[in-house]
Design a protein around this ligand. Structure first.
Ligand code: ADP
Length: 907
């Protein structure tokens, strides 16, 4: 095949026939570095690939030219113009390659050639404006996120094909800004997330290279600075921390200074020459001279220092001075005397060395411990006082540690438990020879003795224990307390024991007394009620008291029903009653109270009670119960009333009697005077008749006196039990009739008619005829006394079965009904104004009644006021075997008796 395209300037060319290279010229081989063997027979596509030309961009006709880049075998870029020539035949074509002037990129980038070779940074050159990669090093391909692995595959391709996701990326923006600004770009740190999603930092440097004033290339250097950035960031962080620390340090420093200044402790710094560097305000109080630069010697001039036993410490042994010599002086207590003050201080001084081991300064810290020392002295004194109290307290106090060793045993404790033992060190020493019993008499297990319980951490009070040792038996009340340290560990046990032996005995006695009282109350003859102090509940009630309650409250059926019941439930108005008031006083004053002569209406009858409220005290002096005792004093009160009444009557009687005695006495006395007068005047004979009359009067009044005196004497005899009857079996009819007959004349003289009547002629009964005479005369005397002239007196003797009735009836003034009961009472007279005959002592009927009763008989009266009275004496119709015929020495005749007995009515 001939060369049909001869030209003067031979340009590199390619000749293709049917798209297969059939010819290349020598210039082409030189230009590209390929051999003809490598090229001939290759297709156009293969050649484009080798030269890294875009096939589509190759000119297809002669009028087209391609201005672009091809790459030599050694991958060097060449700036070329490719022209198309038609070979004449349809299947023939020729491409010529014209080197453009200065087309060797390497020549233009000599200054950066080294950076391609170094392979330290990714280096690349892109064409402008289509950004085709013209040159790069492998580092660049490795660094960028490329679609290709091999460097050779990337050349000749636009950046959009090479860099993944270039479109819209930050890189595209950078290029666009370079194009628009026509300036190079330098970005110090740009952040990318790599394929592993790790944050990476890059430095991008795009340098625009111009040719003929036009941007021709962009030279790009990509350096990964992730590590550096990280290092920088770390550095920055560290710097920041250092700055913060510095700031903190400064703050701390100023805080430290202010803390030091405000410290309650004195702090003093001095340099190694003993010159003061810093003295805080507290230290200034103590140091005599405290200016900066002042030496210790000057500062402590005039200061005397003593140890705690009072020995003076010389200056060279002051703690600060010792620290200057390198000594560490810790917590030395000293007594300091300044010219104007004295105090106790605790001081520590330490030397401070620099890194070379040289003593640079000393620090002394001290604080005033005067208060502490004073307090500890006070505490010491109080401790001694307390120890003395514990030692001398009457309770036993024993303190032991966790190893069961006694740390304290007071005097009582030693005497109570251990007087018989020589060495008491351990709690076992005291307990081994002793047995412990609970209040029920059961032996206490050794593990449960008080000390062991405390050791187990138990706290207890008032544990009652009986301790039996070979030496003595004790009944104790023990309280135990464990003491723990701040970590909650048992450190000490305290046992406080009280000897209750006597107390328990006493308590036992009280208890048995109480039980005795319980039993006694129930058998007591007096009503007794026991109320508890608490709510005033009925604790117990005896039969007698229950009898009363039954009367007051019939609905209560049994004594048990009442027990533990409140009194107020039983007695509605209890709280407002005087009983409640009294009980409250007992509770308050804790002493016995009485309510005397309490008037109560019981079963419709007035009764009088003395009520005793007695408090029952516990051993501790508190009231346990109130015992209520009821003493029925009705009889006493009533007899007192009777007595009072009798005394009153007796008074009245004496008035009567004295009057009755005075009347006849006055008459007798006056008569005697008259006789005296007659004697003196010698007219005795002349007055003979009237004298006889006066003598009668004296006799009669003497009889009256005699009657009164007889009656009083007899009454007294009867009362004293001396009045005796002289009983004889006599015909009572005859006795009475004789009396009536004897007084008939007298009554007649009084204008009265006396009539005797009987239904039996004879009735022998045992009687004292003299006393029967007095009875009948007395009744007749009364009948005369209370009758009027012309009235009649009937005396009758009647036999009524085993009785004989003697009655004296008159139709005189009679007796009002209300007086009928009392006329037989001693000293009783019916209203005197109603008596026509005012004489009388009011003892006649009383005496009559007594004498009748001595005979075993009765007397009663029937009367109608204004119509008359009838007195009937009823005597038993019996006889005596042995008649008692004793006669009094001054036996009087019946007439004399009549005169005496009827002396009231004689005139
Ligand atoms: P005296 O000595 O005062 O008469 P008596 O005991 O004999 O005392 O009598 C007591 C009272 O009884 C008298 O004071 C009188 O009031 C009353 N009395 C006694 N008998 C009669 C009678 N037959 N008629 C009326 N009253 C009488």
């Amino acid at each position: 095949m001939g060369n049909i395209f001869n030209n003067k300037m031979i340009k590199p060319y390619l000749y293709l026939c049917d798209n297969i290279i059939t010819e290349v010229n020598k210039e082409f081989l030189n230009f590209t570095g390929y051999t003809s063997v490598e090229l001939l027979g290759k297709t156009l596509i293969e050649i484009c690939h080798m030269l890294k030309i875009n096939l589509l961009k190759l000119p297809q006709n002669i009028s087209c030219k391609y201005l672009g880049y091809i790459f030599t075998k050694t991958l060097e870029v060449r700036d070329v113009t490719i022209s198309f020539f038609d070979g004449g035949k349809i299947n023939e074509r020729k491409y010529t390659f014209s080197k453009r002037p200065n087309s060797k990129l390497n020549d233009k980038l000599i200054f950066v050639e080294q950076s391609f070779l170094d392979n330290i940074s990714g280096t690349a050159v892109y064409s402008v404006p289509d950004l085709i990669l013209l040159k790069a090093n492998q580092k660049y391909i490795d660094l960028i996120d490329s679609n290709f692995e091999k460097y050779s595959d990337t050349l000749g391709r636009p950046i959009g094909e090479i860099v993944k996701d270039f479109v819209g990326s930050q890189a595209e923006l950078i290029y666009n800004s370079i194009f628009s600004s026509q300036k190079s770009s330098y970005i110090k740190e740009i952040v990318f997330n790599n394929s592993k999603e790790e944050i990476t930092y890059w430095r991008f440097n795009q340098t625009a290279i111009y040719e003929n004033g036009k941007m021709k290339y962009i030279f790009e250097i990509v350096t990964e600075v992730t590590q550096r950035v990280f290092e920088n960031q770390n550095l920055e962080r560290k710097n920041k921390i250092i700055n913060q620390q510095k700031q903190q340090l400064e703050e701390h420093n100023s805080q430290l200074v202010s803390i030091l200044e405000n410290l309650s402790e004195g702090v003093m710094f001095a340099d190694n020459k003993g010159e003061l560097i810093m003295v805080n305000s507290e230290a200034k109080r103590f140091i005599y001279q405290s200016g900066k630069g002042v030496t210790l010697g000057e500062a402590l001039k005039d200061t005397k220092v003593f140890d705690m036993v009072g020995n003076e410490i010389p200056f060279e042994n002051f703690p600060s001075v010792r620290a200057l010599r390198g000594e560490i002086v810790k917590s030395v207590k000293i007594f300091v005397c300044h010219p104007h003050k004295e105090y106790f201080a605790e001081i520590s001084s330490i030397p401070i060395y620099n890194s070379l081991g040289k003593l640079t300064m000393i620090v002394s810290c001290f604080h005033d411990i005067t208060e502490t020392i004073n307090q500890s002295r006070k505490i010491e004194e109080q401790k001694k006082e307390l120890e003395a109290i514990i030692e001398n307290i009457s309770d036993s106090i024993a303190i032991f540690d966790s190893k069961e060793q006694y740390t304290l045993l007071n005097k009582t404790s030693r005497e109570m438990f251990f007087s018989s033992y020589d060495n008491m060190n351990n709690i076992g020493d005291g307990y081994k020879p002793s047995d412990f019993y609970d209040p029920y008499g059961d032996k206490i297990d050794p593990e449960n003795i008080p000390a062991r319980r405390v050791m187990r951490g138990e706290k207890f009070k008032n544990m009652r224990v009986t301790v039996k040792s070979p030496y003595k038996n004790l009944q104790l009340d023990i309280s135990g307390t464990p003491i723990y340290d701040s970590k909650g560990k048992f450190t000490l046990g305290v046992l406080c024991s009280k000897d209750m032996t006597d107390y328990f005995k006493h308590e036992e006695i009280i208890r048995s007394r109480y039980e005795f009282l319980n039993r006694m109350v129930n058998t007591f003859d007096l009503p007794v009620l026991r109320l508890s102090n608490l709510d005033l509940l009925i604790v117990d009630i005896n039969k007698k008291a229950f009898d009363i309650i039954e009367l007051l409250k019939p609905e209560v059926k049994s004594m048990d029903e009442l027990k533990n019941k409140k009194v107020e439930d039983l007695y509605e108005n209890f709280k407002s009653s005087e009983y409640y008031k009294c009980i409250n006083e007992v509770l308050k004053e804790k002493r016995i109270k009485y309510m005397n002569k309490k008037n109560v209406l019981l079963n419709g009858k007035q009764v009088y009670w003395n009520i005793v409220f007695e408090p029952m005290l516990e051993v501790n002096g508190e009231i346990r119960e109130i015992i209520i005792l009821i003493i029925d004093v009705t009889a006493e009160i009533e007899s007192n009333m009777v007595m009072e009444k009798a005394l009153k009557q007796q008074g009245e009687f004496l008035v009567n009697v004295s009057h009755e005695l005075k009347t006849p006495l006055n008459i007798i006395f006056a008569t005697a005077q008259l006789f005296n007068m007659y004697c003196e005047s010698g007219s005795l004979d002349e007055k003979k008749d009237s004298i006889i009359k006066y003598i009668e009067s004296i006799k009669q009044n003497s009889n009256r006196l005699s009657k009164i005196i007889n009656n009083i004497v007899d009454l007294s005899k009867i009362e004293a039990g001396f009045f005796k009857l002289n009983l004889s079996n006599s015909n009572i009819v005859e006795v009475v009739e004789e009396i009536v007959v004897s007084v008939t004349d007298f009554t007649y003289s009084k204008g009265l008619n006396i009539i005797f009547d009987t239904d039996v002629e004879e009735n022998i009964i045992a009687c004292d005829t003299e006393k029967i005479e007095r009875i009948v005369l007395n009744l007749i005397s009364n009948a005369i006394k209370f009758s009027d002239i012309g009235d009649e007196i009937f005396v009758e003797v009647k036999k009524k079965n085993e009785f004989v009735e003697i009655s004296v009836r008159d139709n005189g003034i009679g007796i009002k009904e209300e007086y009928l009961d009392m006329i037989f009472h001693r000293f009783k007279q019916v209203d005197k104004s109603l008596s026509r005959n005012a004489e009388g002592t009011g003892i006649g009927l009383s005496l009559v009644k007594s004498i009748v009763e001595l005979h075993g008989g009765t007397i009663y009266v029937e009367s109608e006021f204004g119509k008359g009275s009838k007195f009937t004496v009823k005597l038993p119709s019996i006889m005596v075997l042995h008649e008692n015929m004793i006669y009094s020495s001054n036996v009087r005749s019946i007439n004399e008796n009549i005169r005496v007995e009827l002396s009231d009515v004689y005139s």
